[in-house]
Design a protein around this ligand. Structure first.
Ligand code: ATP
Ligand code: MG
Length: 601
């Protein structure tokens, strides 16, 4: 391609809405253009990058025996109601674009395709002889993200590869899951990226085991906790650890103390001269379940620990049947205004004890009259602890479970693991932290969807059984940008060879020099013929301007027709390290082919 004929516009300044380097660079180098919030045009250079990634994905997926297909983006609501996810996706997470057609039928634009594929499987799979089977697609997904940002990293319209496998039993599911794990690792390795596989929370998709593939980069929205011995790595949402030991309590007798102005743990510990590990803090939440029921939740946790919202949400979803609900719609720490919806009298916020009386809750319709009390494991082992006295300005010290506070019925692990904690598998190992960009997520779904949607098969013995299912997502457009986030310098993008839109760019130093033009044209034609994807910068611009653009766009190899032509040579510069050398004109094609082959190994 000749730059003179391309719709090619680079910008000298960073776009105002871009916060992270990869976003700035992709816009400045002419890869993407913003059309609306979270909506982008993939310009020709970007489209080539996306095609390259898609091709690597295809090769690795096909190698596992998976087959490519294309599922509809427009999805009838009936399917989502059958799986029980319509409300979760349109109300709770609210991430699905839903619409009503001219026949008053509800539809949605696909954020993911478990429902569609399970419908296909239900219709087509009859017998164990058809199993296992694995389909995938590469397609645009739609999600009404709360905070679309960072360009292609979190779009509202983006490209995903998603795959779904069906099995007769769990062993078969596990085998395919492992194959996909290998395929994804190959994809990222071939793409030239540094990544880490971590244990992950399954979120609204559901199911049991799941792992994420994280491209390591400072701008990553995810925090990964891992140990140096490589035995453990998890998304912070899912991570477990051993908290530091609690310091023995200095308080030996139970007493109520006046502690004015101590509505935070820090202030309290200053006044009482104790450690936060000796405090049981009680955090109040307001939960709204999908059937409209409001539940007031009191979480008791050790004072130095934080609640992991994802773990808490998972516990609350497990408890949903107790409230005749399926899922939670909202979970907030109530402010004064929202308290007026359910409080019978004003609560001693900041001074609440684990046994705060249910009379604080106004008994009315849609509000459960009893506090749901969850106690984190860190709080349950404490002796002679400090906690609120249910009276503003007062705490109790030297308190104990059973003696002063009823033994909690529901003990859970909802604390946030953090850097510096000891690892569970080996307390000698400490958790370390890294930032990551989640580019892939694989799940063993089990029989959740097939059971809900009655997708069964007949076993060898003639019995009807639900299909075992796995699902595997990879963010193609996010991966492209993640690569930039990992590979750039002050001058621009440094594409790994495997996903660069072109391998080489021939820059004509002086467009008015016939000899230069002739050699450049010849190299341009020969390189492309030999399979080295090459651009020709034949614009009537100064050399410095052309070099700046070439660096910004990030093409791996730049060939310059300049002074050395008199010796029958051209200058070749490697973008990654700016290393320059002179190569005889007739050796350019073989040299580049060689370098590219090496880079793609
Ligand atoms: P996140 O936690 O980042 O929102 P997710 O858990 O919702 O991701 P999945 O539903 O597992 O993501 O989707 C599979 C893959 O699709 C993700 O690993 C990610 O690479 C990509 N992806 C998800 N949401 C977006 C988005 N809004 N924009 C771009 N890519 C996305
Ligand atoms: Mg998401």
């Amino acid at each position: 391609m000749r730059l003179s004929q391309m719709l090619f516009v680079t910008l000298r300044d960073d776009p105002a809405d871009a916060e992270i380097p990869s976003h700035k660079l992709l816009v400045r180098a002419g890869y993407i253009r913003r059309i609306g919030s979270g909506i982008y045009t993939y310009l020709p250079l970007m489209w080539r990058v996306l095609q390259k990634i898609s091709q690597i994905v295809r090769e690795e997926m096909n190698a596992t025996g998976a087959q490519e297909c294309l599922l509809p983006q427009l999805q009838p609501s009936d399917l989502w109601k059958e799986s029980g996810r319509w409300d979760t996706y349109t109300k709770a997470e609210g991430i699905m674009f839903a619409l009503t057609d001219r026949r008053e039928q509800d539809l949605a634009l696909g954020p993911t395709h478990e429902e569609v594929i399970t419908t296909v499987a239900r219709d087509m799979i009859r017998s164990y002889r058809q199993l296992p089977t694995h389909l995938y697609q590469i397609q645009t997904k739609f999600r009404d993200e709360i905070r679309p940002r960072f360009g292609l990293m979190r779009g509202r319209e983006f490209i995903m590869k998603d795959g779904y496998s069906f099995h007769a039993n769990e062993e078969s599911l596990k085998a395919t899951y492992q194959e996909v794990h290998t395929a994804y690792s190959n994809i990222l390795r071939r793409s030239g990226l540094a990544f880490r596989t971590v244990q992950a929370d399954s979120g609204a998709i559901g199911g049991s085991a799941s792992q994420e593939f994280m491209v390591l980069a400072e701008a990553g929205e995810d925090e990964v906790l891992y140990t140096e011995d490589a035995e453990y790595a998890a998304n912070v949402e899912k991570a477990i650890s051993l908290p530091i030991d609690a310091e023995p309590s200095p308080f030996t007798t139970y007493e109520k103390r006046e502690t004015p102005g101590t509505d935070t743990i820090e202030k309290l510990c200053n006044v009482l001269k104790c450690s936060p590990t000796q405090v049981v803090k009680n955090v109040l939440y307001e939960i709204i379940y999908d059937n409209g029921t409001t539940v007031l939740l009191l979480v008791s946790i050790r004072g130095d620990q934080e609640v992991n919202d994802i773990k808490l949400q998972n516990e609350l979803t497990k408890l949903a049947p107790q409230y005749k609900a399926k899922t939670i719609l909202a979970m907030t720490v109530p402010d004064a205004e929202s308290q007026s919806n359910w409080a019978a009298k004003s609560l001693p916020l900041g001074y609440i004890a684990p046994d705060i009386n249910d009379v604080y809750i106004d008994r009315k319709k849609q509000v459960d009259g009893k506090f749901l009390r969850l106690v984190d494991k860190t709080a349950i082992g404490l002796k002679n602890f400090v906690t609120g006295a249910n009276e503003s300005g007062y705490h109790v010290i030297g308190a104990n479970w059973v003696e002063q506070f009823k033994k909690p019925e529901i003990v859970v692990d909802i604390r946030k693991a953090k850097v510096g904690d000891r690892a569970v598998h080996n307390p000698q190992e400490k958790l370390e932290s890294a930032r990551g960009i989640e580019v892939g997520h694989i799940f063993q779904l089990g029989i959740k969807y097939s059971q809900a949607m009655r997708a069964n098969y007949t076993t060898q013995e003639g019995k009807e059984k639900p299909l075992w299912m796995g699902c595997y997502g990879l963010g193609v457009s996010r991966l492209a940008q993640a690569a930039v986030e990992q590979c750039y310098d002050k001058d621009g993008i440094i594409w790994p060879v495997a996903m660069a839109p072109y391998h080489a760019i021939v820059c004509i130093l002086n467009i008015n020099d016939d000899k230069q033009v002739e050699v450049a044209e010849k190299l341009y034609t020969e390189l492309n013929k030999a399979g080295v994807e090459t651009l020709l910068d034949d614009r009537e611009e100064r050399a410095g301007f052309k070099f700046k653009d070439a660096d910004l766009v990030g093409i791996p190899y730049r060939i310059v027709t300049g002074k050395s032509l008199v010796h029958g040579k051209v200058e070749v510069v490697k973008r990654a390290n700016k290393e320059a050398c002179e190569v005889a004109i007739e050796e350019v094609v073989s040299t580049l082919k060689n370098w590219i082959d090496q880079a793609l190994k």
